[in-house]
Write a protein of this length. Structure first.
Length: 319
């Protein structure tokens, strides 16, 4: 079953987990931890994302990040690749350091920010590495108490929920964390809806991409007609969608054409690619590109309008 596309949203809160390959350790020394945090701080300064919490465990990493304009996938690819290369070079190893793709959970900030910072800071306690979260040197918990951190931590936004005075807010936050010392693993912080969304029903409904139509109700519309309808919606001539090219408007129209045909008609990707004289892989990338945008109101409106245009064709009923 194909992986669901990541939801890339500027200004969103993500709980990120990177694991060592085959559950092996990704940190073998304190120097490894320092190196990872140095790289994290460098990319934070470069890509302008905000870090609310982190914890480096022997075989995995938790990050709580609010993104900026740079896509999270680009930042994480660079960070993980740079650290993996340095790890192998330092320890004279070869092969994968990290286990496949990192896990990114898009979280409802207002509902989960405080709980997630606490959960991350208690990870070393749950793993029985320390008895107190403040005893673990490789988490952001110390920054919430005023200690310096190699990574800029957005503790002020969390601490304001615990009072106006910095000293009293820090003390209340520490009590807040200690209240959960006996809590165990929280599965919802890893799985959630589709493994991608953590939040209320309204939050999930707003961000979950529109589901493709089931095969039984897909429209058997002719390829020339669907090309003409989608091209016309975007103010393009049908022939403009054929062949290679990099003009933004035509690429946008063709991406939507690929999506609506593959998800809401009986036309296959290879059929459309042949009709447009392009490589089938272009159609697949276009579909994935649109899927990552379907959380937005604008994209949903575009999809609704295109499906309305196709609606004059009767749905296909399988027998």
């Amino acid at each position: 079953m194909p992986r669901k596309p990541r939801l890339e949203i500027p200004g969103a809160l993500y709980h990120i987990i990177s694991r060592g390959n085959a559950r092996q350790k990704m940190f073998l020394s304190d120097d490894d931890c320092r190196r990872y945090l140095t790289y994290l701080a460098a990319y934070q300064q470069r890509d302008r994302f905000r870090v609310f919490a982190y914890v480096l465990m022997p075989n995995h990493v938790h990050l709580l990040i609010e993104t900026a304009a740079v896509p999270l996938s680009r930042t994480m690819q660079r960070l993980n690749s740079r650290y993996s290369q340095a790890f192998n070079r330092t320890h004279r190893r070869v092969g994968h350091v990290l286990q496949g793709r990192y896990h990114a959970l898009l979280c409802e900030k207002d509902a989960y920010l405080l709980a997630l910072t606490r959960y991350l800071h208690l990870n070393p306690v749950r793993a029985k590495l320390v008895k107190e979260p403040g005893d673990y040197p490789w988490s952001s918990y110390g920054a919430y108490g005023g200690r310096p951190s190699p990574v800029a931590i957005e503790s002020a936004e969390v601490l304001r929920h615990f009072g106006n005075g910095v000293r009293s807010a820090r003390a209340r936050y520490q009590r807040f964390v200690h209240e959960a010392l006996g809590d165990g693993h929280e599965r919802a912080y890893y799985a959630a809806v589709e493994g991608r969304l953590l939040g209320s029903e309204e939050f999930v409904a707003r961000l979950r991409p529109t589901e493709p139509a089931p095969p039984s109700v897909r429209r058997p519309i002719p390829i020339p007609r669907v090309i003409a309808l989608v091209a016309g919606y975007f103010g393009q001539e049908p022939r403009a969608l054929h062949g290679p090219g990099k003009q933004r408007n035509r690429l946008e129209a063709r991406a939507w054409l690929a999506y609506v045909t593959s998800r809401h008609t009986t036309i296959g990707a290879s059929q459309l690619a042949e009709a447009l004289s392009v490589d089938p892989s272009c159609m697949s990338r276009a579909v994935q590109h649109i899927e990552t945008r379907l959380h937005s109101t604008k994209a949903r409106s575009t999809l609704a309008a295109l499906l309305t245009l196709l609606g004059d064709q009767p749905p296909h009923a399988e027998r």
